[in-house]
Structures are given as structure tokens and as C-alpha cells.
Design a binder for this molecule. Structure first.
Ligand code: ADP
Ligand code: MG
Length: 243
């Protein structure tokens, strides 16, 4: 399970006055297996809502979410082999690295021995097996990112969703984290869907960029094509391509 496709996905929320507001107007996204796809757009354009629908944390109002060609609209979050990495990695400060990694397994009542085994395997994948007893505060920024990724991988997810994971880091660390993340993603063959409002982040990290605007996909293309052939002047000015 590794290719993700959204087809004509719509979403409306109650507007608080008895009506509904449309926030996604028919979104098409393709994330092929093993690729790093970035959803890019200004605040409020619908990136997080799209990601939450893929994760199964929200349901779409219309359209289809397909994983390896299968409709998963009504499959709950826990049953999708998709993992989400939240802003700042959301590690529990009072738990050890190991306890953080296996937290979700514990919630799902996986037994202790199996938790240890799967936790160790996930930690090995990201090179953290020597740090399992540490607390998150005793890790470097890169190690924290790897712990968050291990927590995602422990459920055997091949698709990892990330919602602005680096947005609160300083510029230097952010740059280093981008490189590390791409290296790990390639090594592990993960499909990543990564949300950001940062053009530089999108253009430097993505295999494909999906530019969103007001609940629509304005353009989906490889960074170089986006830069040289923006679909319209709004895309051009947003990503900063030459006029
Ligand atoms: P982004 O992540 O691109 O900043 P979001 O997907 O968070 O955008 O939000 C898109 C739009 O949907 C915004 O106008 C936001 O206010 C609205 N929205 C998001 N979640 C909810 C919700 N639970 N109820 C009502 N409106 C929402
Ligand atoms: Mg958001």
C-alpha cells in the first residue's frame, strides 16, 4: 500500500450559521509510490484538510481517496497503513525514545514483547537503536526527527504524511533536517506527502509539487517544470519564477 490518489475530493464544514462552507472544491492529487510530494500553498488554502482526509482523520464530503487504487474513504484512520508526523514531531517529553516509538502500538493494545521487537526494528531503520532510553530533550534535532519517523514506521506504514514538521526550527537546522529527511525517505522507499507554505522548501525537496490555492489545485508538476512553465501568473508570482 503506497500510492495515494485523491480524485475530485470536496470538503465542506458547518459555517456556524446553519449552512456549510466549501473548503476543498474538487482536489486531485497523485503521490506515486516512493515519491516525495509536497502540497504547497498559502495559509488557509486547504493543505492540512487534504492531509487529514488522506490520513482518515476527516472524511471527504465528495470524491475519492484511493490507496493503491482502492477506495479508502470509509476506512478509519487506525486501519490505514498511513502514518502522520505532526508539527515539531510532537514527541512526549516525559517518555523515553522507545516509549515514544511504540506509543501507538500500546494504544492499540499490542503486547509488550511485540512492542519491544517492533520498536527496536523501527529504531534500527532510522539508526536510533543506541538512544532508546533517552528522553527527547536529550536528542539532537536530527535524532528527534528520526524518532518521529520511527514512531510512524513502527506501524509498517509505507506512506508518511507530514504537516509543516520543520516550521518552528531555525533556518540552519531546517536546512539540515530537509536533507536528512530526503535521505531517509529514499533509503526506506517511503511515499511522503509533505505540507508546507514555504516555496523554497517545496522546490528543493519535492519530486512533485502540488500548488494549492483557495481549495483548488492550481498546478501539479516537478519543481523545474513549475518554475519554467507556471500554469498562470498567480502560480508564477507565488513560487517566484521569472515573469
Ligand atoms: P492550510 O493547512 O492550507 O492552512 P486548512 O486546511 O487548515 O488550510 O484550512 C482550509 C480552510 O478550512 C480554512 O479556511 C479553515 O478555516 C477551514 N477549516 C479547517 N478546518 C476546519 C474545521 N474543522 N471547521 C471549520 N472550518 C475549518
Ligand atoms: Mg495547515
Amino acid at each position: 500500500m503506497s500510492e495515494v490518489q485523491l480524485s475530485g475530493v470536496t470538503k465542506s464544514f458547518p459555517d456556524g450559521h446553519g449552512g456549510r462552507t466549501d473548503v476543498l472544491h474538487g482536489v486531485d492529487i497523485l503521490a506515486p509510490s516512493g515519491e516525495f510530494v509536497v502540497l504547497l500553498g498559502p495559509s488557509g488554502c486547504g493543505k492540512s484538510t487534504s492531509l487529514r482526509i488522506i490520513a482518515g482523520l476527516e472524511s471527504a464530503t465528495g470524491g475519492d481517496v484511493l490507496i493503491d487504487g482502492e477506495r479508502v474513504n470509509d476506512v478509519p484512520a487506525a486501519k490505514r497503513s498511513i502514518a502522520m508526523v505532526f508539527q515539531n514531531y510532537a514527541l512526549y517529553p516525559h517518555l523515553s525514545v522507545m516509549e515514544n516509538i511504540v506509543f501507538g502500538l500500546r494504544v492499540r493494545r499490542v503486547g509488550r514483547a511485540e512492542r519491544q521487537e517492533r520498536g527496536l526494528e523501527a529504531a534500527r531503520k532510522v539508526g536510533l537503536e543506541a538512544y532508546l532510553d533517552r528522553k527527547p530533550s536529550q536528542l539532537s534535532g536530527g535524532q528527534r526527527q528520526r524518532a518521529a519517523l520511527a514512531r510512524a514506521l513502527v506501524s509498517d506504514a509505507k506512506v508518511v504524511l507530514m504537516d509543516e514538521p520543520l516550521s518552528n526550527l531555525d533556518a540552519k537546522l531546517r536546512h539540515q533536517m530537509r536533507i536528512e529527511l530526503r535521505t531517509l525517505q529514499r533509503e526506506l522507499g517511503l511515499t511522503v506527502i509533505y505540507v508546507t507554505h514555504d516555496q523554497v522548501e517545496a522546490m528543493t525537496m519535492a519530486d512533485h509539487v502540488v500548488v494549492m490555492r483557495d481549495g483548488f489545485v492550481a498546478q501539479a508538476a516537478a519543481p523545474v517544470d513549475l518554475y519554467t512553465e507556471p500554469a498562470d501568473t498567480d502560480v508564477a508570482s507565488f513560487i517566484g519564477s521569472p515573469p
